[in-house]
Design a protein around this ligand. Sequence first.
Ligand code: ADP
Ligand code: MG
Length: 393
Amino acid sequence: MAEVILKNVKKVYPYQETKKKKKGAEEKKTNLQITEEGVLAVQDFNLHIKDKEFIVLVGPSGCGKSTTLRMVAGLEEISGGELYIDGQLVNDVAPKDRDIAMVFQNYALYPHMSVWENMAFPLKLRKTPKEEIAQRVSQAAEILGITQYLDRKPKALSGGQRQRVAIGRAIVREPKVLLMDEPLSNLDAKLRNQMRAEIIKLRQRINTTFIYVTHDQTEAMTLGDRIVIMKDGVIQQIGTPQEVFDHPANLFVAGFIGVPQMNFYDAQLVLDSDGKYAVELDKAHVVLSDVKQANLKKNNVKPGPITLGVRPEHLLLSGAAENMIAGQVEVSEMMGSAVHVHVNACGSDTIIIVQTTELENPAAFSIGSQISFTFSGATAHVFDRETQKNLEA
Ligand code: ADP
Ligand code: MG
């Protein structure tokens, strides 16, 4: 149980490579800020994690998630800023004194030890009494459903079972904070879904603050109380899954959260004669909802070119004739309960999700067909074309 606070935390990896190698490395990391000190992997990281909260750090590979987690664990030196655990400044506290446990993507089990020995190991290191070790290991094994494998060596276990052992080894210590770095990434899709549910159950059984790292937006959305979306070492948005889905702070978050991805268009924001904001795309003229009107007014947004974003599930196949956008079907994917129709419209690739129950004429989506669609003023997202910020935010 613990509160974790990161204040203006920053990580710079100093250059270690020779000049020649360094050049290659810089080319690979064109998206990162290269300073004279080194590679700026994380910057301006501010986050207040509440006791027992489940926080997910999510973002594409290389955005600084593992670096942030490793700084919390004490495995990586903090270049700037402050880290507090339970009110104590721990920048210079050794990892073993932070009362934190970490689970890695590759399990990192000891191959020569049995499952029981693997799980007991951190307790033995701490000179925990024998009876207490036995009690804690069997309890963790029971929580994770691995009691029947306690005598086996890791090589005699499946990937999912190994990951359970790794989690078991982390929770026997009853750490204040449990860190997990892409713990499910090495599992196949079906097992990953299963383990995701297991982690939700685990969370209900143990009283710990979780910081969980993943590049997978589905994991982030389903596990996190709040999620922190990162890009190039910088936090893009912090919020509950619903908040970041409904109100993405910028184009990056809008595109990263939600599958299939939000559709984007070059469109125009206009002010109607009655003073209301509307979006114009192709021949469509869609007046925004009252909530959106108020947000844009509050920000004193000027009409002009914008990037319009509409999620595939929010595009509509029927509407007022004067609001329809024309497109041509390129691919139609039958997903069972829905069809994902890929449409070329306004020079963009558009995906429209049509529920199978609403499917009146499936032939309408055969390749090459002309279709038309529109969107509602309540589900349209408007972004500044230059700054890529949500104009409502
Ligand atoms: P993520 O976990 O989000 O994929 P990382 O935190 O591992 O990202 O890496 C962030 C950035 O820091 C990357 O550009 C990576 O190449 C760089 N980096 C990570 N570890 C080191 C290191 N030990 N030395 C130098 N650069 C590093
Ligand atoms: Mg990583």
